[in-house]
Structures are given as structure tokens and as C-alpha cells.
Design a protein. Structure first.
Length: 294
């Protein structure tokens, strides 16, 4: 398939209700936040995981849509497949590259062709099995930034009890055990992303079909990834800026500034998506750029 020919920027608006959208292991799994401002944060890795999970479910068994970074599958197992494809044993890869200048390209192309997340996000495909098993490093055309809440959040620590006791000794002295979980009562988050047609053309071959799947994955990334700990999460809107050219027709930051999300005037503490208004200054969209709302 032909790589995409247009540059894109996009904004994802998603919210959480009574859940923890992205726990911080350095803070006892408390919801991530900026300690200086109190704004909530969600990492790019968190959202990429959900996109990968959706693609793996929606395209299960389809050729070219496997997932490289997934639970229970060591990375070097996939790397070895590329070695088998080019007919080189993994522990002899370094010597083989000295004899074949195009071996790195062959390995990289195999991985991009077979793994959707490498085609999309890129990957560092270097592991160590009897020496370096190196299938290359790929910078993907699709990049996500950290998500930030529209307003500061105030995480709450909720105490819970359970009747199942852990040990026999504990069961003799107590009938319940105490636990704790963190929630955000409500927060609306904004994530900004970028898609480079130039990297798709030069490196991974990310195509229009891959792009359509990406939009579907973003819009549905929480629908098949439910968890009691994460509460009710939903993608509320996906706003896409499509350039008429490969290198783009306007700076990304100016396009992002056209999307204004703010709390409605009569709302003191937001507790629902309807407490916010989303406005796009479409009359200021530069020539050569099209705004699409999903």
C-alpha cells in the first residue's frame, strides 16, 4: 500500500468519571498530576497501550497487523522472526551485516510490514541474545504528547473493605480487611498528536488504511479496555487538521490554538462533559488545511 501523502495534527478530548486514568507508580499509584499546578496528566504510553489493544482485537489474525509491544511476548521473539526471514541466525547477525549493506533495511522493512505499532509509533528493536540482536531503530510517523486536564484535579483516596481474608492467622482475629484506591471524581483531558507523511514515506510505509484504523482505535480505545480502577472513561471528540501537502501548510502550534476548551461560565466544579464548551475558530483555519471533527 502507498504511504500517506498528507501531514496531520489532531486533538483528542477524553474524560474520566470516578476512576484513575493513569496511576503513578512513584506516588503509590495516585493519578498523575503536575505538582506545581495541580493539572492531571496521562502519559503517551498509556494511550498507545489502549490503541495497540484495540488494533490487536479488531485485526486479530489479519496479516500485517500484529502488535510488537504486547503482554507476554518477549521482544526478541519477534526480532528473531526478522532474522529467520533474511536467513541469518540471531547470534551471527553482527557478522552478516558486515557482508550485506542492505541487511539493516531488510530487517527494518520486515518488522514495519508485519507489525502495525512499529509502522505507526516506531520502535527500538534491539535486544540481547548471545550478543546484540539488532533489527534497527524506527521513528514512527505518529507521535502523541502527554495529555493534560483542562482544569486542576483533586484526587480522592477512597477506603474500601473486603470480607476475603488473606491468611489463616488473620482470619482468626478479624473478619474484614481494609484497602484503598484513588479516583478522580471527574476530569476532561486534552491530548495533542502529530502525523508525519514524510516519515511514513521514508521509513515505515504507514498508509491511508493504517490511518483509518488509527482514527477508529482512538475513538474506541476505552470501549474494550474497561476496568473498575479506571472508572468510566470515554473519548468525547477527535479533531483532525489535514494538510494539503506532505510537509504541511501551517505550524502545528497555531492549529492547536484554534481549539478552545473551557468551563462554562455558570459551572463552579465540573462533573460532566456538558459542563464544558468546545469551540474551533474555523474561520481562522489557514489555507491548505482542512479541519475534520469525529
Amino acid at each position: 500500500m502507498e504511504p500517506i501523502k498528507n501531514r496531520y495534527e489532531f486533538v483528542i478530548l477524553f474524560d474520566v468519571e470516578n476512576g484513575n486514568p493513569n496511576g503513578d507508580p512513584d506516588a503509590g499509584n495516585m493519578p498523575r498530576l503536575d505538582p506545581e499546578t495541580g493539572y492531571g496528566l496521562v502519559t503517551d504510553v498509556c494511550l498507545k497501550r489502549k490503541i495497540r489493544n484495540y488494533v490487536e482485537t479488531a485485526k486479530e489474525g489479519c496479516e500485517g497487523f500484529r502488535i510488537y509491544v504486547k503482554d507476554g511476548v518477549p521482544l526478541n521473539r519477534s526480532d528473531k522472526e526478522a532474522c529467520d526471514y533474511v536467513g541469518v541466525e540471531a547470534d551471527k547477525l553482527k557478522e552478516a551485516k558486515k557482508k550485506d549493506d542492505r541487511l539493516d533495511e531488510k530487517l527494518r522493512d520486515f518488522m514495519c510490514r508485519n507489525f502495525y505499532d512499529i509502522r505507526t509509533f516506531g520502535a527500538v528493536m534491539t535486544t540481547f541474545v548471545k550478543g546484540a540482536l539488532n533489527c534497527g531503530q524506527v521513528r514512527g510517523p505518529v507521535q502523541l504528547g502527554f495529555s493534560r486536564s483542562i482544569d486542576p484535579i483533586l484526587p480522592q483516596e477512597v477506603t474500601i473493605t473486603r470480607t476475603a481474608i488473606t491468611t489463616e492467622a488473620d482470619a482468626e482475629v478479624k473478619g474484614t480487611e481494609i484497602g484503598r484506591k484513588y479516583i478522580v471524581p471527574y476530569a476532561l483531558y486534552r491530548c495533542e498528536g502529530f502525523i508525519s507523511a514524510n516519515l511514513a514515506k521514508k521509513t515505515t510505509g504507514f498508509s491511508d488504511d493504517d490511518l483509518s484504523l488509527l482514527w477508529d482505535a482512538i475513538l474506541n480505545m476505552f470501549e474494550n479496555d474497561r476496568s473498575a480502577a479506571r472508572g468510566k472513561m470515554a473519548v468525547r471528540e477527535l479533531i483532525v487538521f489535514k494538510h494539503d501537502s506532505e510537509l504541511g501548510n501551517a505550524p502545528a502550534h497555531k492549529l492547536f490554538e484554534l481549539v478552545n476548551v473551557k468551563k462554562k461560565e455558570d459551572v463552579v466544579i465540573p462533573r460532566a462533559y456538558t459542563d464544558y464548551s468546545v469551540e474551533i475558530c474555523e474561520e481562522k483555519v489557514p489555507q491548505g488545511v482542512t479541519c475534520i471533527r469525529f
